[in-house]
Write a protein that binds this ligand. Structure first.
Ligand SMILES: *[C@@H]1O[C@H](CO)[C@@H](O)[C@H](O)[C@H]1NC(C)=O
Ligand SMILES: *[C@@H]1O[C@H](CO)[C@@H](O)[C@H](O)[C@H]1NC(C)=O
Length: 356
């Protein structure tokens, strides 16, 4: 399989160059921590296709690096994980718990720079009691991005074979998608904008939302409740809904302190983006919590690396992100670097029976 990778990837490079980058979709993943209001017009906000100037280089690199034989490199993994955990403490602190955030704590929002919130006893009751990763020795984790590269990939079984499966932004898993993306879910993120658009911000009937969570079983529903002010009420309503409907899923909240430190960490690695994508946040968390991290559905280009067909933006729709927050090719480049260093494994293309 690896032997087959290089030629089509080389072709895609030519293809991209030939089509003047106009078909390249730079932004694959939605962020679940992005603002719901229109992006303030900052000069620093990149335009979607401007940031793609380097796409052919990135794809070229993907060709060269991805086709090398992959091997898990314990030294590199340990080194990277220790950097990550000493700066971000994701294992203990990525998720707000009653243990790490007592009543009276002051949360400083990572998106709304000036906003803070003092934890009241009522809000405190919505926090999970203790760290969900504690006493769990996670060997393999799959982080499933929602990229169109998963379409018809037959990766479902392989994804589901991981001990812990992380998914982004309440993705659909039924009606034929199972075969390609799997169904097992241990943690799923939710962008408040989905709750607003699809479930009326949970201001009216909440049953449809509660029912939509069934496919995720007893997973953690991770919300960026304290990233922007308007995320908070709707995220709390999501938590009340899971409780009131006795949903097996449990709402948990991102610690804004973690998100801020993670953003600083990735900046130190060369990533300059207004916001990190959910994909890279979850990959980072997985690196702290699990020994073997496999990434699926991460491919920020508009053509399939093997078969070269045009890809949709997500495996379930072709909706483009509304706002331009992320630097996907740069994120991808960093993840590819970790792949070549044997720190994690990016999975591109189709899955075959027996492949690991
Ligand atoms: C984030 O960084 C600050 C400053 O270095 C530190 O005090 C804080 O403990 C860090 N938070 C987490 C969750 O790592
Ligand atoms: C995926 O496979 C189905 C069934 O074979 C086919 O109808 C569909 O066109 C394929 N989609 C893509 C994007 O290749």
């Amino acid at each position: 399989m690896r032997g087959q990778v290089s030629k089509p990837l080389f072709m895609i490079t030519l293809l991209c160059a030939g089509s003047l980058m106009t078909t390249i979709i730079c932004y694959v993943f939605d962020s679940n921590v992005e603002a719901q209001r229109p992006l303030p017009k900052k000069k620093s906000a990149p335009q979607p296709f401007d940031t793609c100037k380097g796409c052919s280089e990135v794809v070229n690199k993907a060709l060269k690096r991805y086709s090398q034989t992959w091997k898990w490199q314990e030294e590199n993994y340990k080194k990277f994980r220790s950097q990550l955990s000493s700066n971000c403490h994701g294992f203990d602190k990525a998720i707000i718990t009653q243990a790490n955030t007592p009543v009276g704590s002051k949360l400083a929002y990572d998106g709304d720079k000036k906003r803070t919130l003092q934890v009241t006893p009522e809000i405190f009751t919505t926090f999970i009691k203790e760290n969900p990763f504690l006493n769990k020795k996670l060997d393999t984790c799959a982080v499933v991005g929602n990229g169109g590269i998963l379409t018809n990939s037959s990766c479902g079984k392989m994804i589901d074979s991981a001990q812990f499966v992380i998914r982004c932004n309440l993705p659909p898993l039924q009606n034929g998608y199972e075969k390609h993306v799997g169904v097992k879910t241990d943690l799923v993120t939710a962008n408040p904008s989905i709750l607003v658009e699809k479930y009326g911000a949970l201001m009216g009937r909440r049953r449809p939302f509660a029912e939509s969570l069934r496919i995720y079983g007893n997973s953690l529903l991770l919300l960026p409740a304290f990233s922007y002010g308007y995320n908070t009420p709707v995220s709390l309503r999501a938590a009340y809904t899971t409780e009131d409907f006795e949903s097996p899923a449990q709402a948990v909240f991102f610690n804004p302190d973690y998100l801020r430190n993670l953003s600083i960490f990735w900046r130190s690695q060369g990533l300059r983006a207004a916001r990190l994508s959910t994909g890279i946040i979850m990959a980072s968390l997985a690196l702290e919590a699990c020994t073997n991290v496999y990434l699926y559905g991460f491919w920020p280009f508009s053509n399939h690396p093997h078969a070269l067909q045009t890809l949709t933006n997500h495996y379930y729709d072709d909706r483009k992100p509304r706002t331009v927050f992320h630097a996907m090719p740069v994120e991808f480049d960093l993840l590819l670097r970790l792949h070549t260093e044997g720190v994690l494994r990016l999975h591109l293309g189709e899955c075959r029976p027996g492949e690991k």
